[in-house]
Design a protein around this ligand. Sequence first.
Ligand code: CTP
Length: 402
Amino acid sequence: DLGRVGDELELPVYAVGGFVRDLLLGNENDDIDVSVEGDGILFAETFAARMGYRVKSHEKFGTAVIVFPDGFKVDVASTRLEYYATPGALPTVERSSLKMDLYRRDFTINTLAIRLSGADFGMLFDYFGAYRDLQEKSIRVLHNLSFVEDPTRVFRAIRFEQRLGFQISRHTENLVKNAVKMGFLDKLGGKRLLNELVAIMKEREPVRAILRMSGLGLLRFIHPEIVLQAENLRVLDEVKKVTTWFDLLYLAETVEVWVVYFLALTTAISDDSFWGACTRLSVSEHYRERLIEMRIHGEQVLEVMERKVARGEDVRPSDIYFWLRGLTTEVLLYIMAKTRRDEVRKFVSLFVTRLRGVTTSITGDDLKRLGLPAGPRYREILDRILTARLNGEAASRDDELR
Ligand code: CTP
């Protein structure tokens, strides 16, 4: 249907980029990028009107997003090149070729296009040797200034390399090293750097990507004190295991997996340096404070639990409950990954799977009805009832009342 609307408007329409790459690799990709040689917005709006779909256009960039009823999205771009004919004159919008559009991209493997309209429907356009690189499993930039133009591509290269099981080509790797040496990455804004890290940590094998980042000297751009050593590597590997375990619980709750990896990566640095790393990444002040508070609180609880276990002291379910109840799930998973003690890991998993769901049937309202004066005593009483419940000493409402 995209092609038909292209034909009606006499506009050449192509599927481009990651979608075509994944199509040829046989990988799933629900994100279609479409390039239109000409007015992409007109194309998107005509298509959306015809189908009754929603569309959002950005006139300034010549782009639009078509949203299908099931949430599926098509990004539409116009292959247009703006330039000023003479200094001071109004910009003359000149139509550029598909090839020019593809040349601006990050890696050859993202430069494939498939024609969706006209007599050439289904034809593959490969201007930069993308097909060969897909076969050779090689990540290559299109030109030597690629990382200077956009330093986030350094991280994208690593992400694609790990995700696809490809290899960054030797020349491209040298360009990465050069970008590092020349300090181009210092200029990378915190938000953009954070976005890239989050994207990496959302992939299936973040640890390998982190190892690669370490090998290329990229971790110091987050914070100079972040280095990989045995301890944080062990914790990072454990994060993979505990987040997989958590996924398999199929709870309704979602966790920010990148936060767990980030806590593991920074486990060995001081609170001040952790704060510095968050600042470098432009984490909002509010979230930064929350993160550092959670980290400190989590470390304290971890210490308490490990001490108890080391001394062989008795730990009741209610102890576990009250230690852990103030922590976010991300920090709970971090604690599970960090501890070297199986017992502690079991405490946390017991809390996540059972204890934190325990409730009492008696509420503050019940206490009021019983004529108890409101005040801090309420909390105390309710916590005592909850303790009995958690430890299996109260199984019913009658037990609770007693
Ligand atoms: N792109 C680029 N430089 C960047 C970011 C993106 O050249 N810093 C280009 C890439 O060629 C990519 C396209 O813009 O094909 C769309 O970007 P994105 O959606 O991030 O890439 P995908 O290849 O679709 O990656 P993913 O599979 O992770 O969605």
